[in-house]
Design a protein around this ligand. Structure first.
Ligand SMILES: C[S@@+](CC[C@H](N)C(=O)[O-])C[C@H]1O[C@@H](n2cnc3c(N)ncnc32)[C@H](O)[C@@H]1O
Length: 480
């Protein structure tokens, strides 16, 4: 198959080589079958390197069917396989699956260019094996021959994919041979970003910024830490960089619970941008603050560490358990309430923080699976929920008190449009513009209306692994 295009042996179906099915496309039964493992043609145990790549392919198949990667790694049969691996192998699994997701569009395009017609839809497992192999061959510093040989063997082991063993070998060898030319012709920003997202970001922030955001999604982001106190001291002990916003930034290297200060509850993991909304409530010491949509509690912890009497409200009892466990480890406390914020009847509070459920498109650096899982219709549905929660949140603030609204989304419908609509509806609130000195001097993140809009392309650094911010929208309002 040197220069000729390869021909899959089955011509039925129209599924592309790498474009994943959307989250509504996968049946639960299919997911269970994959979680139990592929249909084995050969039942001999896999050698170690094969095992972890097989796990990567199984994880990718389930993400393509709509499962969140974090959920798969936290619970269920694949998490058991993952946790049975040694730490260094777990890191390799994260790196391979992370690369396959961050570079999914380039990988799909490169594989498709090797085929004269798309792989059949039923070749889903093969698509994952190919994508995992291609991620390594095209983008990772691992031995090509190992990546290719293992992918070929994995294809050969399952009855579903065995007939494409030769094709797998031919495609991956061609990618290896033509790697430089493939990468030189590809537009990585566009290929790895769904068109609807890229166009929305270009419209909101300009094409150059949309490209800069997309570029940041290709890089494993830093590990950001919020401390209860003594940021300078912890910066030194952790060997990190103290950001102007007060967070400590480290190059992510796994094993967070092994770092100094974790066991004693001195700090918690929180993106530097996620730490900003509570700061906009000012001095909260001794005040009553409702943290609405609070779990797993990063913002609750910041408010409690700053002396607020926090009531943490969330719909999810399971996520609130995590919030309580996090607060226990940190030696902090809050009143925890399981309730729907839309009907919650507490307060009035001196201040309210609403971190509304959203598309989370501002966190794609940390959750690259999101680009495969989100669709335009999600934004519309979430925006309607946000409007409902925001209107009710106003009623929970005492007159003269502050309300901070935030989402970790890059979509304007989930950000400024919500505040504009709230004010236009006659709600008794007015914007209190954010000042640069409240957010570590990040003047470029303040919009003309006085809201805060962080972007993944902000906070540049010579080391790309130490650059960037999650994309948050934050508005501060005062209740009349
Ligand atoms: C963005 S997360 C919150 C993150 C959290 N504030 C933090 O800093 O750790 C959104 C949360 O909203 C919760 N949620 C979604 N709809 C809700 C509703 N109607 N009422 C209360 N909580 C809701 C979800 O359970 C989820 O925990």
């Amino acid at each position: 198959m040197n220069d000729a295009k390869a021909r899959p042996s089955s011509s039925k179906g129209t599924g592309g080589a790498g474009r994943p099915k959307n989250k509504h496309g996968g049946a639960a039964g299919g997911a269970r079958k994959d979680q139990a493992g592929p249909r084995e043609a050969d039942r001999t145990p896999l050698p170690p390197g094969h095992d972890l790549r097989a796990l990567c392919a199984d994880l990718l198949s389930l993400v393509r069917k709509g499962e969140l990667l974090d959920g798969l790694l936290e619970a269920g049969p694949l998490s058991q396989r993952f946790n049975a691996l040694e730490i260094k192998d777990r890191a390799l699994v994260r790196a391979i699956i992370g690369t396959a997701l961050r570079r999914h569009g380039q990988i799909a395009e490169a594989i498709a260019a090797c085929l004269d017609r798309p792989l059949p839809q039923k070749a889903g497992a093969l698509q994952s094996i190919l994508a995992i192999g291609a991620a390594q061959v095209l983008f990772m510093d691992v031995a090509d021959h190992a990546a290719i040989d293992i992918a070929v063997e994995l294809a050969g082991r399952s009855r579903d994919t065995a007939k494409w063993k030769g094709l797998t070998n031919a495609i991956l060898r061609r990618l290896q041979r033509e790697r430089d030319a493939i990468l030189a012709r590809q537009d990585e920003a566009r290929l790895n970003t769904p068109g609807w997202l890229f166009e929305a970001w270009a419209k909101a922030y300009g094409t150059d910024t949309a490209r800069a955001i997309a570029a940041m999604h290709l890089v494993e982001p830093s590990l950001d830490i919020s401390v209860k106190s003594d940021p300078e001291g912890w910066q030194e002990k952790l060997g990190g960089k103290l950001l102007p916003t007060g967070s400590i930034r480290l190059v992510a290297a796994g094993g967070v619970d092994q770092l100094p200060g974790y066991a004693e509850g001195a700090w918690w993991v929180q993106d530097a941008a996620a730490a900003l909304p509570p700061l906009l409530l000012g001095d909260v010491a001794g005040k009553t603050v409702a943290d609405l949509c609070a779990a797993p509690g990063g913002k609750t912890a910041l408010l409690a560490a700053r002396g607020a009497h926090v009531t943490a409200v969330d719909l999810s009892a399971r996520r609130l358990k995590r919030l309580s466990a996090n607060l226990d480890r940190l030696g902090l406390s809050a009143d925890v309430v399981t309730a729907d914020v839309a009907t919650y009847a507490g307060g009035p509070f001196d201040a309210v923080l609403l971190d509304a459920p959203c598309s989370a498109t501002g966190t794609i650096r940390r959750h690259p699976d999101l680009v495969l899982l989100k669709e335009p219709s999600d934004i519309e549905i979430l925006a309607a929920t946000q409007a409902r929660l925001l209107h009710h949140a106003v009623d929970l603030v005492r007159p003269g008190g502050l309300l901070v609204y935030c989402t970790c989304s890059l979509q304007p419908e989930e950000g400024a449009a919500q505040i504009d609509a709230l004010i236009a509806s006659g709600a008794p609130v007015e914007r209190v513009p954010v000042r640069p000195e409240e957010i570590g001097g990040l003047a470029g993140a303040i919009t003309p209306a006085g809201d805060l809009r962080t972007l993944p392309s902000m906070l540049p650094d010579a080391d790309p692994h130490l650059a960037g911010l999650d994309g948050f929208f934050v508005a501060r309002l005062r209740r009349r």
